[in-house]
Every structure is written in structure tokens, then in C-alpha cells.
Design a binder for this molecule. Structure first.
Ligand code: CU
Length: 307
């Protein structure tokens, strides 16, 4: 009888977990930005971002396990060894074996955590192993980003759409619509996004023109401080097309929150078309709309850009 109840309970727990997973998969439809009420991090679109999330989740469960264990020990002490339930305490004070255990078990746990942590750090920061297909320089200004493609001789600035407005209004809505964005993308969408090819390794070299900024795209697992007088670098290789957003992540002044980062990831042919178009017209935003939207509309690949 008891066994039956147990099995039924297990079955219920399993199906609850499965429906939870199904819900999580449905909620994963949004890429490149966060959504209202979101739990956990943005959906990863690079190997680095995935490993960042895995490490974070692993650490979280490790911490929960340790906290529960310590809490249980505390509860035992409070309940069993208070003055009422244990009126005559034992007189011994040390237990060498126990002390060895509580020293070495945490050391072992730290070593186990260190392995994936250092692996990830090496993946992110060992630039000798990074073979870039494309190098882009991102310069942080108060308060916008400047992008340079040295190999293609392309230079442009990237400003937030709906700049200067303190609340959503018709002007902001119109400007966003003009660039093909829904009002929800206000404070993320920019006039000239960075454009990169999909499945290619992009090296971003970043610096600050005035104060320290930070070039950050959460779904790439990328964050690099843009320090005046220094050239910092980071890299990413995005696995899917779409537009992915980030924000300056170093307090840089009064308009710090109005210098978002938008990276548009497209197939190689469209990237080549965009480069050719910008070289000819020097209108990066216009080239994004004319050269890219036609092709992506037909492939249906960039759903987010249209939102
Ligand atoms: Cu900034």
C-alpha cells in the first residue's frame, strides 16, 4: 500500500517536472533580450553563454545543497542540544576525525567547482586559441557606441532610438516603427546595429573615448570593459541569426542607461551584401533595412528583428 502511494507521488512529481520543462521550452522562444517576469538568464546563443549558464546553475544547486545541509545541522543543534532537552552536556571538546572531514570536504568541493570554472575562463580569455573571422572595434562614448570594421573600412555610430524621451510617446513609437521595431524594444533598439555573420568568430576590441563603459551582450555571454587608453577584447561565435541586445554595463554618467548595444546576426551572404552596401552608400542603417530585410523576410529567420 505504502509502496503504491510512493509510486503515485513519484509519478505526479515526474509529470509536474515534465510540464515545467515543457513550459520552460515554450518560454524560450525569445532570443536576445529579457522578457517581463523572466526568471533565469537570457537564452544563450553561443557556446560561452551556454557554459556560463551551466556553471551558474551548477553553482546554484551546489549552494542550495550546502545551505540545506548547514541549516539541518543547525536545526539538530537547536532542537536536541538546548538546555531543556539536554540538561547535562557532554564534556568533550575536540574530535580530530570530524575536524579533518569538515576541513577537507569543502576543499574537495572547491576543487570540483574550480575545474569547470577554469575551463570556462580559458575558453573566454585564451585569445591565442581564438581565430577571428572578423575584427570589430567598439568605442564607448558618452553616451553611444561607435563601431569600426577595419578590414572593410566601415565606421559608424550607434544611437538608441527614441533618445531624449522620458516616457513612451507617439514620436518614440514612430521612430521605432520606422526601423521596424515594436514599442517594447525601446531602450534596446538602435539606429545602426552592429552587423555580423552567423557561425563566424567575431573578435570585438573595445575602448572608451571618455570614461569607462562596458560592451555587454548577455545572450552571447560577453562583457568587456571599455577603458580609455586601453584596448580590451572579447569574442563570440553566434549560432543563430537574429538581433541580440545588451546595455552598457559600467556606470558612465547621466545617460548610462541610454546607450544600448544591438548586434544583428545574419547569414554570410547578407553580411557581404551589407558591407558592399555600406561601402557604397555610407548608410549602415539603410543598408540593414534594404539589403537584409528582403532576404530575411523570405527565410523567416529573423523573427525578433521584426518585433
Ligand atoms: Cu556607457
Amino acid at each position: 500500500m505504502l509502496w503504491k502511494v510512493k509510486t503515485a507521488l513519484l509519478g505526479m512529481a515526474a509529470s509536474a517536472a515534465m510540464s515545467g520543462m515543457a513550459f520552460a521550452q515554450e518560454a524560450e522562444a525569445v532570443y536576445g533580450r529579457s522578457v517581463p517576469g523572466q526568471l533565469d538568464m537570457q537564452t544563450p546563443v553561443t557556446q560561452v553563454a551556454r557554459q556560463v549558464q551551466d556553471l551558474h546553475t551548477g553553482m546554484l544547486y551546489t549552494m542550495i545543497a550546502i545551505c540545506v545541509f548547514v541549516l539541518a545541522l543547525l536545526a539538530i543543534v537547536v532542537l536536541r542540544f538546548n538546555a531543556k532537552s539536554n540538561p547535562t552536556p557532554a564534556s568533550w571538546t575536540h574530535n580530530t576525525k570530524l575536524e579533518m572531514v569538515w576541513t577537507f570536504v569543502p576543499v574537495v568541493i572547491l576543487f570540483i567547482i574550480a575545474i569547470p570554472s577554469f575551463k570556462l575562463l580559458t575558453l573566454q580569455e585564451d585569445f591565442e586559441k581564438v581565430e577571428p573571422d572578423l575584427v570589430i572595434k567598439a568605442t564607448g562614448y558618452q553616451w553611444y557606441w561607435g563601431y569600426e570594421y577595419p578590414d572593410a573600412d566601415i565606421v559608424f555610430d550607434s544611437y538608441m532610438l527614441g533618445l531624449g524621451a522620458t516616457q513612451m510617446n507617439d514620436d518614440v513609437r514612430d521612430e521605432l516603427a520606422e526601423y521596424g521595431h515594436a514599442p517594447e524594444l525601446w531602450k534596446l533598439a538602435v539606429d545602426n546595429p552592429m552587423v555580423v555573420p552567423v557561425n563566424k568568430t567575431v573578435l570585438v576590441q573595445t575602448t572608451g573615448a571618455d570614461v569607462i563603459h562596458s560592451w555587454t551582450v548577455p545572450s552571447f555571454g560577453v562583457k568587456a570593459d571599455s577603458v580609455p587608453g586601453r584596448l580590451n577584447q572579447t569574442w563570440f561565435n553566434v549560432e543563430r541569426v537574429g538581433t541580440f541586445y545588451g546595455q552598457c554595463s559600467e556606470l558612465c554618467g547621466v545617460n548610462h542607461s541610454y546607450m544600448p548595444i544591438a548586434v544583428r546576426v545574419v547569414p554570410q551572404e547578407q553580411y557581404d551584401a551589407w558591407v558592399a552596401c555600406v561601402q557604397e552608400t555610407d548608410e549602415p542603417a539603410e543598408c540593414v533595412r534594404s539589403e537584409l530585410d528582403e532576404a530575411t523576410a523570405s527565410s523567416g529567420a529573423i523573427e525578433l528583428a521584426q518585433q
